[in-house]
Ligand binder design. Structure first.
Ligand code: TXA
Ligand code: MG
Length: 352
């Protein structure tokens, strides 16, 4: 592992005003690092990514090493246009084009057969590649300025919650990468939806920022990978089998609402445990938990998605012994939120 002095450069003005020469300089420096086979953390609308040249074996090796990521888990390749995407695929089926037209730039990754011109390490030896055009001015400018497709997993240490702020990347990767572009908090806060497209059939491999309902408005045949519904099925998306999003403190799911949460907290207290609770605004001060972190109103799943990873990172070992969170309805963004909570908890349910 190479040691780095990690420099964080603000590009926040670009996000808000669309002109900022300081930000342009920072992006130019980041692009230079990318062209030299180095890796840079950058903001996207979903979560922060750790990007490197997807055509360079050396850059991809650095990404896997900085994250401590298992080598059989392929990376998403970020492009700045549909034409860019077509450079790396064998063919672009009509269904894929329809999805790109409807959701790009945006939180949708489309898995298609690749044409063998990217680094083999990006796709972990698979015949397919996941492609995405992010909806973020800094990400798009970085791709354009480097002139390279950007392989980028989320910019966390493997197994940890994904970073939704530059500070989260610093927490996980300080000293392991040369640069972080700080564009402020991510707007979606959950990763992209990953879909595979074969013969007009769209299969959701990872629920995310684009909902199932939205996909069904554009494509006729949309199904969910069976492994997402049944835990004994082997996942088609290699990344889905690993521990993910794990907070420092063990997380337990509570089936139900405030009353069930209060009961679980009472039980934990009887066992002498200090509890942390991830709650909706409406429950603030009512749970009896030692620490509460609110993720938004119960009527606003977009806010819950945006705040979830920050909340998971806030609870520290030594301050609380166990973490509790209630289940959310699985419609719209709730599907992705519950997928992440299932993983973060490892499926553990609170005793009621
Ligand atoms: O929103 C996002 O997607 C963020 C930002 C940075 O763009 N990136 C991200 O990357 O979440 P990562 O590496 O944390 O997750 C990529 C997921 C993994 O579950 C991986 O297994 C899956 O996409 N994936 C990538 N390429 C694939 C392929 N060819 N076939 C099946 N699954 C693939
Ligand atoms: Mg990730």
């Amino acid at each position: 592992m190479e040691a780095h002095k990690t420099v964080t450069r603000s590009v926040d003005n670009l996000v808000h005003n669309n002109v900022d020469t300081g930000a342009d300089r920072a992006i130019a420096e980041a692009a230079e690092l990318i062209r030299n086979g180095e890796v840079v953390a950058f903001p996207t609308e979903t979560v922060y990514g750790l990007g490197g040249d997807a055509t360079s074996d050396e850059a991809i090796r650095r990404i896997f090493e900085a994250k401590g990521r298992p080598a059989d888990n392929p990376l998403i390749v970020h492009v700045a246009s549909i034409e860019d995407a077509a450079r790396w695929t064998l063919t672009l089926p009509k269904t894929a084009k329809d999805l790109m037209a409807a959701f790009w730039p945006g939180p949708l990754t489309i898995v298609l057969p690749h044409n063998g011109t990217l680094s083999g390490a990006v796709t972990a030896g698979l015949p397919t590649v996941g492609l995405r055009m992010p909806d973020h001015p800094v990400a798009l400018r970085l791709i354009e300025a480097s002139g390279r497709p950007l392989a980028a997993p989320s910019g966390n240490r493997s197994g940890r919650p994904s970073p939704t702020e530059a500070a989260h990347v610093e927490e996980d990767l300080n000293g392991r990468i040369p640069m972080i572009l700080d564009g402020g908090p991510a707007g979606v806060g959950l990763e992209s939806t990953v879909v595979e497209v074969t013969d007009g059939q769209v299969t959701v491999l990872r629920p995310g920022g684009v909902t199932l309902e939205a996909l069904r408005e554009v494509a006729e045949h949309v199904a969910i990978d069976p492994s997402l519904l049944k835990s004994d099925e082997a996942p088609r998306s290699p990344g889905m089998k690993y521990t993910h999003y794990a907070p420092d403190v063990p997380l337990y799911l509570v089936e139900g609402e405030l009353a069930a949460l209060k009961q679980a907290i009472r039980k934990a207290k009887e066992d002498g445990l200090l509890t942390g609770a991830i709650i909706v605004n409406e429950w603030a001060g009512l749970t009896g938990a030692h620490q509460e972190v609110s993720v938004g109103s119960e009527t606003d799943l977009a806010a819950v998605g945006r705040e979830l990873y920050r909340a998971l990172r806030q609870f520290k070992t030594g301050e609380v012994d166990m973490l509790l969170v209630c289940t959310f309805p699985e419609t719209e963004l709730g599907g992705a939120i519950m997928n992440r909570l299932e993983k973060a908890s490892g499926g553990k349910k609170a005793r009621l």
